[in-house]
Each structure stands twice: as C-alpha cells, then as structure tokens.
Design a protein around this ligand. Structure first.
Ligand code: ADP
Length: 406
C-alpha cells in the first residue's frame, strides 16, 4: 500500500448479484456505487452511479455469465471514471462475508488459509458463503497483489455469552454439527449501536442499546457497553423477528408436521419458511409501504394486511421485553434499515404501551423524515428511542481500512 492509497472497494457478492461501493477513507467520500443483478441469466443488468462526478446512473443490460465477468464489467465502469482497480490509490478490497463461525471474531486479511476456513463454513451457511467465496476468488484473480479483507456478519455477535448462544439441545450433537446461535447483520448492529451512543453524547462502553434492524431481513440485538449479549437470528437468518419473507421464531415441530402430515420435502419446507412466510406469507406483500397502503384502504383486504402488521409488531414487542430483561438497564432503542428508518407507523406501534419500560414515542418527532440519526422519544424519556440510519458499506470500508493501514 502506498501512502496515497486511501480508497476501499466494498464488495457484497450474492448468489446472482454483486453490489459494490468505492469509498475514500481520507474523507469518507463515496466515489462510486452500483449493482450487477441476475448474473448467469440472459437479462443481467449493471447499474453504475459515478458519485464522484455527480453523473447519472449508467445502466447496461445483456447477459453476464458469471461473477468474474461481472467484476470485470464493474472494473471497466470504474476505469471509465478514472477510478480503475489498477489505481495506486486503491488500498484494499473489503468483502462482506455472511458466516464467520466462531473462528472469525474480527475483520481478517484473506490468504489461502482464511479462504479455506471460510469454505469450511459452507455447511452452516449454504445459501450465503458460496457466493461470498466466489466474489473473493474473482477479486483476488483480478488484483492478486492487493490486500483483500473479509468482514463477517457474525463477528459482532461472537461476544454473546455461552448461555445465550447455545440451544438447549444435546451438547454432543450440537458440537458435532456446529449448531448454535451465530447471529447476522452484525456489521449493522455494530455500526448502529456505536452511532446511537454518539447520538447520546456517550462512549459505547457507557450505554446499553437494543438495536432493531428492520429491513427485508430483520434482527434485534441487545448490546451492553458496546458488546453484543444476545441477538435474534440463530444458526441461520431464519430465527427471530417476523421478516419480509421469513417466518422468524416458530415451533420446530411445525417442520416435522409439514413433512409427515403435509408430505412436503425438506427443500419445500425450507422454501416455505425462508421465502414464502413472514409478511408475504401472511398477506401477499413484503413491502411495508404496500402493507400500510392496504391498511389505510380498509375493507377485507385491509384487515388481512392489518393482521400481518399486528403479528409483525407483536413479535417486535416480545423482543423489546426480552432484551430489556436481558440488559437490566436499557438506555436506548435504535430503529434502523429500510422499515426501521422509514416506517413511522411501525416505530409508533412497536413502542406503544411500553411506558412501564420507560419507552415512548413523540408523534411529531416520529413523523420527521431525515437521513440523520435522531431521537423520536419525548424530552426527558428514561429510554431514548432513536432512528439511526445504518451504513454497512461504510462500516466494512472502515474496518477494512483500519486493518490494512495499521
Ligand atoms: P434488505 O437490505 O434487507 O433487502 P432494506 O433495509 O433495504 O432491506 O429494507 C427494505 C424494506 O424496507 C422494503 O421491503 C420495505 O418494506 C421497507 N421500506 C423501504 N422504504 C420504506 C418506506 N418509505 N416506508 C415503509 N417501508 C419502507
């Protein structure tokens, strides 16, 4: 790395997508951002936004066969803006890696041994780690000399005490198959809990925060003095809150029942719980905007949307109660991600009736729309309720840069 190398390319590689952002850690500026979708199909699409120049988003459609072709296409777009991967200003590439198991508790510079370890975790993250590995291999092939860093979704949760992380099942079976609660969205929970402390003018070590990351996937975490002590997602991202398309918490016997009585296969049950449940399973929509529109329109359809909303809110309240008990003292509740940052009715309903726990929402504050962290609880509330926009790319870039510039 040269002294002028301050840029970090953040890659988030999914099974058929590649999201990226180029940031300059000298001043935190975002230079470019984009997304390749439907990799491997005839109708792949690349959308690239040259943020440094303020130019319009450039879209290209047409087949992109694999992740290597996708990353080359991204490199060409960046090069067209004078930000190519061969630039001496590029310090590192930071990769989002979903599952780091128990081994990876920190961001890690990737070498062959690290890559082998990430591959060893594929059995516990079959839907996510293979795509992340493909992204890493592709980037290493293009820039073998450049430091590549893995930032793990699970890392922030590795501080959970054993009694929170272990399921109450036979220990030998659990250990043989690495079955335990790992938690996900850790980059977001880390970033948002720190930002919430800053909003209160405190050091993270001084505050206890419940973070509600409510996107299409959703998870809650209890963070005590900057360390995660419990989180709602488990071995996989299926556990916990009601999500856009996932059931969240469910009696595991439902799965036996679906197999034995409904005759469903393992894959069908998997798809039902991960893709056809949650809000979409309950009312046919997983977008909170559409659900609110249907509720406002009323009638029978509105009642169906209202029930889905109520089930979603009921689960949130249960986790707020549980994590209040786990933390003992709660200083703040932070709402984040697509739903948490934008859906004022969700925030109001989740906190309604929790005055006994010191939690309340001020209607006027809650109605404010902003990209900045902000308080929505009334002046003088015992617990600060806040909206804190998440920024996983910035967090990955910061962690990557901190590691390679140390
Ligand atoms: P993910 O990263 O998990 O795909 P996001 O954090 O981007 O998801 O959140 C996406 C979700 O946010 C959408 O499915 C939608 O339900 C919700 N959302 C986005 N904008 C709004 C809005 N203005 N009002 C209500 N909900 C919104």
């Amino acid at each position: 790395m040269t002294a002028t190398a301050t840029r970090v390319l953040v890659l988030n590689s999914g099974s058929s997508s590649l999201k990226y952002q180029l940031l300059d850690m000298h001043d935190g500026a975002r230079l470019a951002a984009g997304l390749v979708e439907r990799i491997g199909e005839e109708t792949s699409r690349l959308a690239h936004t040259p943020l440094a120049t303020g130019g319009d988003t450039r879209e290209t459609e047409g087949p992109i066969a694999d992740h290597t072709t996708a990353l080359k296409a991204v490199a060409a777009e960046l090069a067209a803006d004078g930000l190519g991967l061969d630039s001496p200003q590029l310090a590192a590439i930071g990769h989002r890696v979903v599952h780091g198991g128990l081994k990876f508790t920190e961001p890690t510079v990737i070498d062959d041994a690290v890559l082998t370890e990430i591959e060893r975790l594929v059995p516990v993250a079959p839907l996510h780690n293979p795509a992340n590995i493909t992204g890493i291999r592709t980037a290493r092939a293009l820039r073998p000399d450049l430091p590549q860093v893995a930032v793990f979704d699970t890392a922030f949760h590795t501080t959970m005490p054993e009694y929170a992380a272990r399921y109450a099942i036979d220990v030998a079976t659990a250990d043989a198959h690495r079955i335990r609660r790992y938690g996900f969205h850790g980059t977001s929970h880390a970033y948002v809990s720190r930002k919430t402390a800053a909003l209160l003018g405190k050091d993270p070590s001084e505050v206890n925060v419940i973070v509600l990351h409510l996107g299409n996937g959703a998870s809650a975490s209890a963070v005590a003095g900057g360390r995660c002590v419990d989180t709602s997602m488990g071995l996989t991202p299926l556990e916990g809150l009601v999500m856009g398309t996932r059931s969240g918490d469910i009696d595991p016997a439902v799965t036996f029942h679906l197999k034995r009585v409904a005759g469903m296969s393992e894959d069908e049950v998997d798809e039902l719980l991960n893709k056809k449940s949650g809000l979409i399973g309950l009312c046919g929509d997983n977008d909170m905007r559409e659900i609110r529109r249907r509720i406002d329109a009323g009638g029978e359809d509105g009642a169906r949307a209202q029930l889905a909303f109520d089930i979603y809110i009921h689960r949130l309240k249960k986790y707020l109660g549980a994590y209040t008990a786990v933390l003992g003292r709660v200083d703040a509740v932070a709402f984040t991600a697509g739903v948490g940052e934008n859906a004022a009715p969700v925030r109001a309903a989740a906190i309604a009736g929790l005055e006994q726990m010191g939690m309340a929402v001020d209607a006027d504050r809650n109605a404010v729309r902003s990209d900045e962290p902000r308080l929505i609880s009334p002046e003088g509330s015992r617990v600060a309720v806040a909206v804190v926009p998440t920024d996983e790319e910035l967090e990955i870039a910061q962690q990557t840069y901190a590691l390679v510039s140390a």
